[in-house]
Design a protein around this ligand. Sequence first.
Ligand SMILES: [Zn+2]
Ligand SMILES: [Zn+2]
Length: 123
Amino acid sequence: MTLFFFFAITSATEKLGLRRCGRFPCCGTGNVPVLVTCVSRRFLLFFIPLFRFGKRYFVSCPNCRAVYEIRKDEGRRIERDPSAEIDPEKIFRISGPPVRFCPNCGTRVDPGSRYCPSCGRKL
Ligand SMILES: [Zn+2]
Ligand SMILES: [Zn+2]
């Protein structure tokens, strides 16, 4: 008798809904509802989803479109509590346009510069 298993791993994207985020470090946009998405992988055995693993949470800045990944523990907290706000200390920028804005005065700055040319704040 031959036993064989058919299994596959797929990834699924879910929208968790709109949450507020304190302040995005990219351009200082804050207190606006942003869409949180969750990407997870599913383990399928004979086309039946058995379990999910490797959940990751993402959010993108509505102003400059920079993409952030939310730390796992923070993502879980947000998923459980629909009224929770995203803590900007717990998000990490993973991509975005090659422009930056000074968090202090909002001036557009060169991505390579270390100080704001307008107000002198360290970036
Ligand atoms: Zn931004
Ligand atoms: Zn500045």
